[in-house]
Ligand binder design. Structure first.
Ligand code: ZN
Length: 135
């Protein structure tokens, strides 16, 4: 695994949190994106070389809606960038981790993503993400 790519934070209201994080970081978000298949709307901030992703649920079945219901707002996942997500998935499976997406799926920010079950990672939802390369 490479560096931490971003930290994902679950929020109730993306507009309110965009305002809050703009005040906190001193820069506005640089993109917003809806991932309809995941039931989320996201916005991305840069803080130096690091990124923060805010996630809002767009429907009640969204994993973010369920997270907010259970735990309230807060850190939702930590994403690590990887060079080759398929190789990393098979490596982690061999190590005994529970990979939630055997086949990586298209996430926000032009990434292929897969998640590890937090049960096997000390309660932290881990996202692997690989930049989708131009053909
Ligand atoms: Zn993420």
């Amino acid at each position: 695994m490479d560096k931490i790519e971003h930290i994902g934070i679950a929020v109730k209201n993306l507009e309110d949190s965009n305002t809050l994080f703009t005040q906190l970081l001193g820069v506005p978000h640089y993109k917003m994106e809806e991932v309809a298949s995941e039931g989320v709307r996201t916005s991305f901030f840069k803080s130096g070389p690091n990124k923060v992703e805010l996630l809002e649920a767009t429907n009640t079945e969204s994993p973010i809606a369920k997270f907010l219901e259970k735990k309230g707002e807060g850190i939702h996942h930590i994403a690590f960038s990887v060079e080759d997500i398929k190789a990393e998935i098979s490596r982690l499976k061999q190590e005994g981790f529970t990979v939630l997406n055997e086949t990586p799926k298209k996430g926000a920010d032009n990434k292929l993503v897969a998640f590890l079950h937090p049960r096997g990672t000390n309660g932290v939802l881990v996202e692997l993400c690989q930049e989708i390369k131009e053909e």
